[in-house]
Ligand binder design. Sequence first.
Ligand code: ZN
Length: 339
Amino acid sequence: MFETTIAGSLPKPAWLAETHKLWPRWRSEGAELQQAKLDATLLWIKAQEDAGLDIIGDGEQSRQHFVHGFLERVEGIDFEHKVEMGIRADRYKAMVPQVVAPLKLKGRVHEAEARFLRAHTKRKIKFTLPGPMTIVDTVADRSYGDRVKLAFAFADLLNQEARALEADGVDIIQFDEPAFNVYLDDAATWGVQALERAAAGLTCTTAVHICYGYGIQANIDWKKSLGDQWRQYEKVFPALARSRIAQVSLECYHSHVPPHLMALLEGKDVLVGVIDVASDDIETPEQVADTIDAALKFVPKQHLFACTNCGLAPMDRDVALAKLKALAAGAELARRRHA
Ligand code: ZN
């Protein structure tokens, strides 16, 4: 009951990459960098286990950014000539690579870190991939000329890698779709269709993470503009409830998401965000358990998982570590309350 897991990313150690950045520069290159990425992964496996988490991730230590880490292994993408583009409906600007030719995987994307993760923990492991719609929103298209066609092309590549990750021993494959909270009508139609295509044929557990973004200033400002009730989930949740995706990770604590929207996910596992990633204040176990209590009004306890609102990548490492401990301690308190 109330198994604990993180949304995905964790801060990179200062010896691996620049800290407190969404697109940090690596500190080394070549074989030295490959070793440093795995060393950082091992560090975070141990830290998650010590904190008491039930489902362990790689903390996305091997990718510079959650979308571009995947794109680096895709043929047909020009990384040499990045262009500035407004992403998430122009909420913020990013330097993005361009799609210039038909897409194809160059080979495996995350084999090394997935197998490394499997080899170094006996607990269940989760691996994250960017969702097709969010990829389309984080790349400049100079080739396909159609967002849906492009999303389906990416979905096929994601599916290829996801099936291989399953064979590597991954228990849960999660697709990250923050764009679902931006393009609401498209998310409920072709967004979910592309997601299902990415997850087609998988027999491991599948999940989707939908959030209001990392705790960066542009997102904090955007959230202030969304009013007292954030109802973005309302359109996409019914479509997800009808889909074959098993788990939905959502933002809850310190958000203005009306908790009753979780009831729209009937039959799904719900990964309730009980840890705020936009504040350095460490949640108390009581606060975490109270958030779980509030969610239990709308989610049956056998379907409730405790999670972070989003990734912790841009945060201070010590803060992130303390939040992992708060997550586990809060879930433990909730288990005692509901034993
Ligand atoms: Zn997120």
